[in-house]
Design a binder for this molecule. Structure first.
Ligand SMILES: Cc1ncc(COP(=O)(O)O)c(C=O)c1O
Length: 353
């Protein structure tokens, strides 16, 4: 079976986990501090705040940037539910924006001027046009960088600017089993997010006070230890992804449209999305050969929960809808063998009508 995604972990991660088990610290210990320092250094940010998931990272980010209930937060219609959920959970109003037909990232020209913050999602690991977004307004920016570990925009590492949220779910470019990280250069925001991930409590000796409203979102030492090992492998793992993407790019038949990658962006190749007619037929043909694919994403306004509570309707975000109807995310993961991706390619050639 060729899965859609597979994490790449081995003996080093196992050893790191066992060391933590014997260390006396299972949570809030030195590995977490080391992982945060190493991650901040790797992306070039002043602070990295580790949390229990990418969704938790987004929630803390929205709370930090949008402290007042009802603030309006723009996000692309084509994203994972967690992006919009973080906005709603933080008591803010999600404002959906359509995406560009070539990059599948948010269309900067369509962001309404009157929003209070913007969440660009680096779809599949391709950075959004951040300069264009900044030109359009001086909004605080929270990057959904769940797919963008190791991505760069015009030579700047994703995570080095704004507030950026990463995910370390096993299908992501690096994993901690479950986990996430928020990066920022702002001391006050970092301090607030550190408090909010531990119930908003500050400790002074044996005394505790709750100074912010928070919840329990911290990462364990075991997760941080895995993350430290994975971080050391990220460059190589991303290079492997890029090689597979190159093979897909050069050998896929014309009828599969690819995501356009601007020259000034380094793509993490978290996913390899293609657009094709008769998408469901193609997915089923691949499934018959034990090749599993993904569909990213059913747009937010077409999710039952959102459709039943918000005033959006079909046709409001036509580009996101047309991508959703034709998109397939092909299998891609660092340990994918040449035999495996050749098999995907030959199966795709045979699967089209
Ligand atoms: C775009 C996007 N944002 C946020 C998340 C949430 O990450 P996590 O699964 O770690 O909560 C995901 C997860 O797949 C995602 O794809």
């Amino acid at each position: 079976m060729i899965p859609y995604s597979r994490h790449s972990t081995g003996e080093e991660e196992k050893k790191a986990v066992m060391e933590v088990m014997d260390s006396g610290f299972l949570t809030n210990g030195p590995k977490t501090a080391d992982f945060e320092a190493a991650f901040a250094a790797q992306v070039g940010a002043k602070h990295a705040v580790s949390v229990s998931s990418g969704a938790a990272a987004l929630y803390l980010g929205v709370r930090a940037l949008c402290p007042y209930a009802g603030m309006r937060v723009a996000l692309p219609a084509l994203t994972y539910a967690a992006t919009a959920n973080a906005v709603v959970l933080a008591g803010c109003e999600p404002v959906l924006v359509d995406v560009l037909p070539d990059t599948f990232c948010v269309d900067p020209a369509k962001i309404p001027e009157d929003v209070d913050a913007v969440i660009p999602v680096h779809y599949a690991g391709l950075p959004c046009d951040m300069d264009e977004i900044r030109k359009r307004g001086s909004w605080p920016i929270l990057e959904d960088a769940a797919h963008a570990c190791g991505s760069e925009y015009k030579g700047r590492k994703i995570g080095s600017e704004n507030v950026a949220c990463f995910s370390f779910h096993p299908c992501k470019n690096m994993t901690t089993a479950e986990g996430g990280m928020v990066t920022t250069n702002d001391d006050a925001l970092a301090g607030r997010m550190r408090r909010m991930r531990l119930n908003g409590i500050v400790v002074d000796g044996f005394r505790q006070d709750m100074v912010d409203f928070g919840f329990k979102f911290n990462m364990s030492e075991i997760q941080a230890a895995i993350g430290l090992v994975q971080m050391g492998k990220l460059t190589l793992m991303n290079q492997a992804r890029r090689l597979i993407a190159l093979a897909y790019e050069s050998e896929l038949p014309e009828k599969f449209s690819r995501q356009a990658v601007p020259d000034d962006c380094l793509h993490s190749r978290h996913m390899f999305p293609v657009l094709v007619d008769f998408r469901d037929f193609v997915i089923h043909e691949l499934k018959k050969k034990d090749i599993l694919c993904g569909i990213h994403y059913r747009p937010i306004h077409m999710m039952s929960w959102y459709a039943s509570r918000f005033d959006w309707k079909r046709g409001d975000f036509p580009v996101a809808e047309s991508i959703f109807e034709r998109e397939i995310s092909l299998p891609i993961y660092p340990d994918m063998t040449r035999e495996e991706y050749d098999f995907v390619l030959s199966s795709l050639k045979g699967a089209t009508i």
